[in-house]
Design a protein around this ligand. Sequence first.
Ligand code: 1AE
Length: 410
Amino acid sequence: MRRLPNDAYVYATYRLVDREDKLKARADGIAVGLTVGSWTDLPAAKQAQVQKHCGVVERMETVEHLADGQVVADITIGYPVINFTPTFSALLTTVFGKLSMDGIIKLIALHIPDALRQQFPGPKFGVQGVRDRLGVHDRPLLMSIFKSCIGNNLDELTAHFTEQALGGADLIKDDEIFFTEAYATPEERVQAYAKAAERTRQETGKRVLYAVNLTGPVFELRERARRLASLGAGALLLNVYAYGLDVLADLARDPEVTVPIMAHPAVSGALYAAPHHGISADIVLGELLRLAGADIVIYPSPYGSVTLPREEGERLVAALRRPGPHKPCLPAPSAGIHPGLVPVLLRDFGTDIIVNAGGGIHGHPGGATAGGRAFCAAIDAAVRGIPLPQAAENSPALAQALQKWGYREA
Ligand code: 1AE
């Protein structure tokens, strides 16, 4: 069979377990089975016009010999770009559809050539666009997560918003678990918080963006996203892996969705967390979310309550920033973050990040406003290379936070 040029293929690398003498047949089976063929010979698969759609085995490498005679191996398959439409349903079903159920196998690398990549939306705003909206370019951003939203009425929620805004947060986001509209609809929240944000701006001089949880039936999301943007939402929060990557992509493509989109990682652990199954975290939360158009990507940091190992987090962030046809996204390392962790977050992920905290703000002994101030002091100190205990001498809020949660120096 004649090979197409390299940039005419999507390359997927799988780490799998099999007998070494069976690897070649397994690789051929994947290349043909996920493109033009099946598990058995089909006459149609041999026809000339079909051949340009056939997958190719690019590489096979044994990584480890196991005691039972099997091996761990990496197999790279090239899938012709002409087989795809620019949708995640096409991409994922081809490279890891039924294959994801075929024994011990994990998708560990995915290379998409620019010709296909640029047909996906990518972020509309990216790092620069989000920073421009806030007018903040020289430090990490601070995001505060609403905690205890459910069961509060609009006045109570607005009071919580105001407390967070007064603490100095750049962004305030809904908790991803906030769905009920029994007490206040997203539309009501957006309008009430926009007024509250204007009031706090008079007091602090700081702009704050509210990221509203985009919820409801899937076919109503587009209209709702447009409406929330026009009512004054600062950003949209989307539980991407609950709704689907193509939902995010279609929102990102829509010119009337005029605000940044923040991807929450809810449910994604079911895809990436198993060591020998699923898809690597850097693909799930890095590569695919950027391709689909997330401006901000929330992911577990290496240090807090829900964690992702540091090397995996670094690979994920590299995928959000790698040069290519799409704008880079803002990483938001999250879960169990308190002010004492700010120096290590900056050390590992740089200053183009969002420091994102819920409990670390609301659990501050002085309340949410003091919690925000403690983070602002920690971010300022970390950017200037000042040890946190030294910075705490001038910030009672930071001193209280360090006393409660401790700290880690970079
Ligand atoms: C990785 C997701 C983190 C998240 O969704 C969340 O709500 C964190 O809250 P805290 O900061 O752990 O209280």
